[in-house]
Write a protein that binds this ligand. Structure first.
Ligand code: GDP
Length: 321
């Protein structure tokens, strides 16, 4: 595949100057796993670590994308610039110029202080854990004050994405049997701020009560953060400024207690690991050809070898290349 040569220093300078097209191009390089990323990430590194990274998660239909939009509006009113990455762990499609992004942009389309982009996790790399943190780095280095990472799909990956943020906001809503669902999905362990959305609907107060009693059962360490439960009507924006305040409070608390640093180290660890694993896998995967792993797999499948011996051979082979 012919690739356009990338002038990394120029692109990085333009992205840092707030040019949305340059930011978009850098995120495309992440999605495409471009060889230029090595240089891009080296150039971005000194400019990262400033943004407040907020994960937005919850079951489909609770109002994540409506809430993200309302949050963007409230943050802009508070004078802050915002980058949004909407991650769809289940979709194989790349987001670049999807219509969805233009719809999402809504009234922010002419606002250079807002950047919104959908991303899909691609199977052949480390998936979300590989691409999402790198996209966050791009937006952080480009100078957005707040980076919102919204998960679009369902499943365990929501919890993984939550682990990538400085603060995680978990959304629930009435009429979805949420309490129990959320507990099952492990979502009750990851929230720093809980939001019961659709407060205009019957049952919202009950969801908040159920949630409060469930959270009260959780084991909390001495001095641990006590996650607030807020209610919003994302469609009208009611209650959203209080969410912005709660996120700011969590950020201040985690900075003071060292939790922010711990989370960032955990995030960097996952990121380094994902890159290393992807690099390792690339060593034994020849796209479109029968490779060493195929031969080893065939031997294991018929009982000529066992999976441990085969894995040892695979790893030993790497040193010879
Ligand atoms: P997502 O799947 O979690 O991203 O949810 P969406 O943001 O797409 O919202 C799902 C549906 O709930 C849409 O039809 C929204 O218009 C609606 N919705 C979102 N927020 C509210 C709200 O505060 N009140 C009511 N009544 N409906 C809402």
């Amino acid at each position: 595949m012919a690739r356009r040569r990338v002038d990394v220093p120029d692109l990085v300078a333009r992205a840092r100057g707030g040019e949305p097209r340059a930011v978009a191009r850098l995120i495309s390089l992440v999605e495409d796993a471009s060889p230029a990323l090595r240089e891009v990430m080296a150039a971005l590194a000194p400019h990262t670590g400033r943004a407040q990274v907020v994960g937005v998660t919850g079951a489909p239909g609770v109002g994540k994308s409506t809430s993200t939009n309302a949050l963007v509006r409230a943050l802009r009113q508070a004078g802050r610039t915002v980058g949004v990455i909407a991650v769809d762990p289940s979709s194989p499609f790349s987001g670049g110029a999807l219509l969805g992004d233009r719809v999402r942009m809504g009234d922010h389309a002419d606002d250079d202080g807002v950047f919104i982009r959908s991303m899909a996790a691609r199977g052949h790399l480390g998936g979300l854990s590989w691409s999402t943190p790198q996209a966050v780095r791009v937006l952080d280095a480009a100078g957005y004050d707040v980076v919102l990472v919204e998960t679009v799909g369902v499943g365990q990956s929501e919890v993984e994405v939550a682990g990538l943020a400085d603060s995680t906001m978990v959304l629930l809503a009435p009429g979805m049997g949420d309490g129990i669902q959320a507990a099952k999905a492990g979502i009750l362990e990851v929230g720093d701020v809980y939001v019961v959305n659709k407060a205009d609907r019957d049952g919202a107060a009950q969801v908040a009560r159920d949630l409060r009693s469930m959270l009260a059962l959780a084991d909390r360490r001495e001095g641990a953060w006590n996650p607030p439960i807020l209610s919003t009507t994302a469609q009208s924006g009611d209650g959203v400024p209080a969410v912005v305040d709660a996120l700011a409070e969590h950020r201040a608390w985690s900075q003071k207690t060292g939790e922010l640093q711990r989370r960032r180290e955990r995030r960097a660890r996952a990121e380094v690991e994902a890159i290393a694993v992807a690099a390792l896998r690339a060593r034994w995967t020849q796209v479109g050809e029968r490779d060493e792993l195929d031969d080893l797999a065939a031997a294991v499948a018929v009982g000529e070898s066992d999976p441990y011996a085969a894995a040892d051979l695979l790893l030993a082979g790497i040193d010879d290349r």
